[in-house]
Design a protein around this ligand. Sequence first.
Ligand SMILES: [Zn+2]
Length: 248
Amino acid sequence: MKFTLLDQCSAVRHLVSEKKSEVDCGFSLALHTGEPREKIVKNRTILTDHFGTDSLFVGIRQVHGDTVHAVTETKERGWATLLDAVEADALITDLPQMVLTILTADCVPILLYDPIAGAIGAVHAGWKGTQTEILPKTIAKMQEKYGSKPQNILLAIGPAIGQCCYEVGEEVARHFMDYMGAVLAGKVAGKYQLDLKRVNQLQALEIGINVENIEVTPLCTSCAKNRFFSYRAEQGCSGRFLSAIKLV
Ligand SMILES: [Zn+2]
């Protein structure tokens, strides 16, 4: 799938991959979940068709932390193997050719583009990353490195587990009580329904991103598990779909 907001911009190319039953591993793009590496690498080459043959991809070892890695070398990393991957949960760059990639299956993938500064970002925000404000930290690093201004940044929040399907306990919900509408009482006593996409949207608004510059897909990975991998709905699936962005 694509975001309308980013699709209108001729200086970036982006994509959120969807399952393909006719491709190995349902078109999973993750190297870390035990699928045969050669199959995943073959799946990854399919993305070159979309992003162009000059593309250099960057994959990361995502650890639910709050490290933002700035890509400063025109060099592929974490793509053919994870051995040379950086440990981080967000990527930023102002280099053309570089494709920033994030893998998810229920966590929130976020793509960023600053057309004025000519910079992009990609964020992996699970509940821990959201709690530690990885998105605001990514934007702060874009400000520091590229002089980005929040009011210029376009932000696209991708398919993730929706409030409809994301039941959490008090120990998780308590971190998000201050976010209006993001936490609802659950169907079972002591449980809550959490809207992580909403929390990230509110964090972005809080630091000055314009409301019209934010696109939030309504797609829930659990409800749409025929299109996207869902860790919860598939009870620990090994597949991951990819969200990626590149300056052209
Ligand atoms: Zn749902």
